[in-house]
Design a binder for this molecule. Sequence first.
Ligand SMILES: Cc1cc2nc3c(=O)[nH]c(=O)nc-3n(C[C@H](O)[C@H](O)[C@H](O)COP(=O)(O)OP(=O)(O)OC[C@H]3O[C@@H](n4cnc5c(N)ncnc54)[C@H](O)[C@@H]3O)c2cc1C
Length: 467
Amino acid sequence: MSSNTPLPADIIKQLEKILDNKHSLLTEESERLAYGYDNSRRQALPDAVVFPTDHQQIMDIVALCNNYKLPLIARGRGTGTTGATVPTQGGVVLSLERMNRIIQVDAANRYMVVEPGAINQTVQESAAEHGFFWPPDPSSGAFCTIGGNLAYNSAGPRAVKYGTPRENTLGLKAVTGDGKEIRTGTFTTKGVVGYDLTRLLIGSEGTLAIITEATLKLTPLAECKRTMQAIYKDIESATEAVAAIMAQPVIPCALEFIDGKAIEMIRNYSNADLPINAGAMLMIEVDGSETCIDKSMADIAATAKNNGLINLTVAKTETEVNDLWATRKALSPALRTVAPKKINEDIVVPVSNIPALIRELDKLSKQYELTIINFGHAGNGNLHTNILYDPADKKQNDNAALCLDKIFTTVLALNGTLSGEHGVGLEKMNFIGREIDPVTLELMRKIKTQFDPNDILNPGKMLPISP
Ligand SMILES: Cc1cc2nc3c(=O)[nH]c(=O)nc-3n(C[C@H](O)[C@H](O)[C@H](O)COP(=O)(O)OP(=O)(O)OC[C@H]3O[C@@H](n4cnc5c(N)ncnc54)[C@H](O)[C@@H]3O)c2cc1C
């Protein structure tokens, strides 16, 4: 290993000693580059990359970085979209990819203990062997880690029924910024001793502590599932149906929304067979026991029907289920081809405010002469709003920024929140003061100081600097 890094030789030596394996430390610039970006497409060069394989090594690395006040950035697989793993202040990237063991699956107590680098899909497969699943299901599940899922509170379609990592994690083992081991939560589904630090660490984007072990709450796999696709003549009818579905007692396990422009794009870029007058679409799934599923589905189908419904298709076979979901899955690849750049937001409003949000987005699209495409997890009021533009066109570039600003104002006026699952990172840091009042923000900064007195853990992310 050469020492082609800005880190002093004695720090490199100490890292080598902690890691005890020459393949667990990267110092070459070309190798470090590969660990300096995420799906935000931002990039910065870390001074070194380390691959710990156990909790003790992480304790020692954090202590070393704290001693030298070196930035330390936890990294799962870098699929995050808001830049939280990008080492903008240099320092050490701590990749958790080699801490990927499933430590224990306890079926009787419905939990599993995993290392943070375990891939979401591996966790689902291990849980399934025992008849369970872990509800958070980001569509990046085949690549992203549990540590990343926890640090961003990432979720997917199932959140409408089963919740996010915050509702599905019993406890954590972690190392604070000053190198102390902490354990939060319990191994039980009830417990009220002390403050809830598990929920605090979840969603903290690697700024408070490095998670080294997680106790995940498991849910039994449903006996069966039904999938429906409902096509509406306009957005209003579809969003009214969402509010009606959420107002009745059967909770769908997926309630996804796609607007008319997205449908048009899917039609142009895939073989999906969608009616020409389709103005919006819902993908609805219901799960449960064999004895209740047909009634649950009938109840939901009845509420999905309104004057704007064009077509309601219920999949009868596994192939038909896959065909229905293929329409939704065609969206992301299609989006990449239609404009040189997109701003992809994940705003949230209370479900009954979705129609008002969509109306306002439509007005903003016209005002700023930009295409806005909306789809997402409607059951949670969580929309992926994509502003498409060409950054080389100055007017479009300026308008995209102005439009985004207005979108955030609209979301907050509708009692919403700026991010449902992608987090703050660097992308939304300058906006969070609009959602969180100054007193609360200051309290959050004090919490950060308690966990990480020298501000070494993911510095410059999430919380804007105190004015
Ligand atoms: C194609 C694609 C589809 C996606 N779909 C979804 C989706 O449906 N829903 C969704 O919510 N997101 C989605 N995402 C975003 C992303 O996959 C998730 O945010 C995911 O949870 C990130 O996991 P990761 O392992 O890549 O974490 P990284 O991006 O590496 O890190 C994310 C954050 O976690 C922190 N971190 C990582 N490990 C630890 C640890 N052990 N301790 C403390 N902090 C840690 C990092 O510092 C960073 O702040 C998608 C991304 C892509 C590229």
